[in-house]
Design a binder for this molecule. Structure first.
Ligand code: SAM
Length: 235
């Protein structure tokens, strides 16, 4: 089954396995945690207005697709201001982590306001998760993976804390397959990082380097330039 959209310059199987997918650069843009923290420090007060409703359809779809069972444990990596929190069924146990104290502060206000006793929030770096191996049933990164300095390292941490047979889910914008859009996204990426994300994260290269095999990839939001990527942890 072909999971990636058709590219006029490369065959689909090259896109999935990609002869150089295991080694090529994931993005033209290099970032560090300090820079990202600074960006989100500034964004925290306007985040819900700018990235709230515009990206909500994808968040709703992701949680529908998870079909969370009573007692399931969910780790949300990069919980931000908590835009996803009210979408989780209260029969699950949710832990949200984020690097930014300003974003977490907003999430904490939301948890108190909406009395979400099934949610716990912790300040933590996604690249260095302070949880035991195999701790969670679902590990979910909404709109995070194109923000972090080392997406593959974060994916490895997400895999480590996910139980065998559990799900690892990414909701994100990735580099387009078409040559015109992808060229524009590469050019814009050093600018978009200033509003919180890289526009050119290469999905096939990311999956190959993180040794993840998606069970589904679905386009979400309008315009349909965001992807919901679901993987099952095999180890
Ligand atoms: C685009 S926001 C997404 C927030 C939320 N998940 C949503 O759906 O709106 C990205 C979040 O990732 C957080 N973040 C960035 N780098 C991180 C890291 N290394 N570890 C944990 N969180 C990080 C940022 O502070 C920010 O809150």
């Amino acid at each position: 089954m072909t999971l990636f959209p058709r590219d006029t310059t490369r065959r689909d199987d090259e896109l999935v396995t990609g002869s150089d997918a295991a080694t090529r650069a994931l993005s033209v843009t290099v970032v560090e945690n300090e820079f990202v923290e600074g960006v989100y420090e500034k964004l925290a007060s306007v985040y819900d207005l700018t990235f709230g409703p515009a990206l909500q359809a994808g968040r709703i779809r992701a949680i529908q697709r998870m079909a969370i069972n009573p007692g399931d444990t969910i780790l949300e990596v990069g919980v931000g201001t908590g835009s996803n929190l009210s979408l989780y069924p209260r029969h699950g146990q949710v832990v949200g982590i984020d690097l930014s104290s300003s974003m977490l502060e907003k999430a904490r206000e939301r948890v108190v306001r909406e009395r979400m006793s099934h949610v716990r929030l912790v300040q933590m770096d996604a690249a260095d998760l302070k949880f035991a191996d195999r701790r969670f049933d679902i590990v979910y990164a909404p709109y995070l993976i194109s923000v972090v300095p080392d997406p593959v390292r974060v994916a490895r941490e997400m895999r480590r804390v996910c139980r065998p047979g559990g799900r690892i889910v990414f909701l994100n914008h990735f580099l387009s397959a078409g040559p015109v859009m992808s060229r524009a996204e590469r050019m814009l990426s050093p600018l978009t990082i200033h509003i919180g994300f890289r526009s050119d994260l290469d999905l096939p290269a990311f999956l190959a380097q993180a040794e993840l095999k998606p069970t589904s990839i679905e386009k979400v939001n309008i315009p349909r330039i965001w992807s919901l990527v679901t993987c099952v942890e095999e180890h």
